[in-house]
Design a protein around this ligand. Structure first.
Ligand SMILES: [Zn+2]
Length: 103
C-alpha cells in the first residue's frame, strides 16, 4: 500500500489516497482514470518545521507567522485556500479545462 496524491485528466485532485502499488483509482468526481501527482512532497523527507518562520501577509489584515508546514497547511485549508496549484493537463495537450488563465 502507498499513500499518494492523484490527479485526473479533468483536473480533479485526490490527495493522500491509500492505494495498492500500481493501482490507479478512478476519479471520485468524474470517474476518469487518475495519474499519480508527483508534485507533492514525500513524507518524512522534508521536515515539518521551518528553519526560519514563514510570514504570510495575504491571509488577512495582519501578517501571520507559521513555524511548521502542517500549521500553515491547516490555516490555509481553514481559509478555503490551497497551498499551491499544480497544472494537471489533459492527455496529449498542455491544456487544462479548469484553467483559463495563469497570472
Ligand atoms: Zn475527475
Amino acid at each position: 500500500m502507498a499513500k499518494l496524491d492523484f490527479c485526473c485528466p479533468n483536473g480533479h485532485e485526490q490527495l493522500d489516497m491509500m492505494v495498492r502499488y500500481g493501482e490507479r483509482p478512478p476519479c471520485q468526481d468524474c470517474g476518469a482514470t487518475m495519474e499519480i501527482l508527483w508534485a507533492s512532497s514525500f513524507p518524512n523527507v522534508i521536515p515539518d518545521t521551518f528553519g526560519t518562520p514563514l510570514v504570510v501577509e495575504h491571509f488577512g489584515d495582519q501578517p501571520e507567522t507559521f513555524t511548521s508546514r502542517s500549521e500553515h497547511r491547516r490555516r490555509t485549508k481553514e481559509l478555503g485556500l490551497r497551498v499551491r496549484d499544480e497544472h494537471c493537463s489533459a492527455p496529449g495537450t498542455d491544456k487544462n479545462r479548469n484553467v483559463s488563465r495563469w497570472v
